[in-house]
Design a protein around this ligand. Sequence first.
Ligand code: C5P
Length: 416
Amino acid sequence: MATPQLAGRHIVLGLSGGIACYKSAELVRLLVKQGASVQVVMTEAACQFITPLTMQALSNRPVALSQWDLREPNAMAHINLSRQADAILVAPASADFIAKLAQGRADELLSLLCLARPQHALALAPVPLLLAPAMNREMWAHPATQRNLAQARADGAAILGPGAGDQACGEVGDGRMLEAAELCDALIAALQPKLLAGLRLLVSAGPTFEAIDPVRGVTNLSSGKMGFAIARAAAEAGASVTLVAGPVSLATPLGVQRIDVQSALQMHDAVLALAAQQDVFVATAAVADWRPTAQAQKIKKDGSGRLPQLQWTENPDILAAVAAIANASPARRPFCVGFAAESQDLARHARDKLLRKGLPLVVGNIGPATFGRDDNSLLLVDAAGDRALPPADKLDLARTLVSEIARRLSEQGGGA
Ligand code: C5P
C-alpha cells in the first residue's frame, strides 16, 4: 500500500448535527487507515444522527461528548483536546455550528475546543481548523450563513466544499458535505508545508492521442500518475495549479483546475495560452513526437495486405517553447522543469535535454520501469550536478520535487 499520509498525526474530528454524519463514519476509517489517531467529539445534535458507539468502535477511542465529563483529570477537556490535536476537522459543520463559531460562542464542548485552539503564528503549534459544511441549499445560500462563513474564514478556518447535487431532503443544489475521501485528502493537504504559497504552477501530464482516422490513433503507455501527483503536491503546497491532461482516467486532485486535451497540438495550445502567467511549468506529459495526417473516414482494408501510407508531421516541442518564453523574461519565469523518460543512460540523456531545451532542471526516470505504476525513482539533473531520489511512492517523490523547485525559486529570488 502507498505510504500512510497521516502517520503520527492526531486528528480531532468534530461532528455537529446533520444527516451527513453517516459519511463521517467512513471518514474515521479512512483517517485511521492513513495512520492517524482520531479523537471524535460529538455535539448533542450529532448524537441524533449517528451513535457515539459507532464512532467509538471505528476510532477505537471513547467519544468526547461533554465539557462536564468528570473523568477528565483536570476537568479541562477543551484545553486537552485542542492542545493534543495536529488538526481539527468539523464534519459535518451545520449552519448553526458555523454561526456559533462566527460569534465565538462556546456553550458545548466542540465549539469550546474550537475557540480554545492555538491559532496564532507565534503559538507553539497553530492548529488548523477545517470546516466541512453540510446543509440544505436554502440554508447554505442564506445571507446569514454566508456572512458567518466569511467571518469563520476571516478568523482562520478553512472551508472545505460544500459539494452540489442531490440532498437528503429531496432538493438539488449546493450544501452537500464533501465525500469522506475528499475530506481525508483535504486534511492531508492542510498538514503539508506551504512551500509554493501564492505561486502559479502549470503541469502537463499523460500521453497524447494522435488520430489516424475517426476510430484509430497513436498513443503511448504514459499513465499520467506522476504528473497528477505533482499537481496534487503543488496544490497541497499552496500553489494555484492548472493541470493540462492528455487522455487518462485519473481523478483530478483536490483544488486543481484541469483542462483535458487529446492531441499534442491541443496540449500545445492549452499550455501556451497559460504559460506566460505561470511561476512554474512542469512538463511530465509524454507528448507524441509525430502526428499522422488524420483521414476523415475510417481507413478500410483493401485486400492487398498492405498498410496504407500515412503522412507524418513533427509536433511542436511544448516545453522548449515555454522555456524560450522563460529565457526571454527578466524574471526567468516560468521556472521550467522537463522530464526525461529513458530506457538507458539516464544521466546523459537528461543532461542533454537540460542543455538542448535551455532548462534549469530536468527530472529523469526509466520509462518502462515506471509507466502505469504507483512508484518511481527519479534523477534530478541541473547545472550543479545530479541528485538521485530512491524508489518511493509517486506522491512522496512529487512532494520532494516540489520542495526542490521551491528552494530553487527562493534562491532565484522572489519565491515563497
Ligand atoms: O524531447 P523529449 O521528448 O526527449 O523531451 C521530453 C520532455 O519534453 C518532457 O518534459 C516532455 O513533456 C517535453 N515535451 C514537450 N513537447 C514535445 C515533446 C516533449 O513538452 N513535443
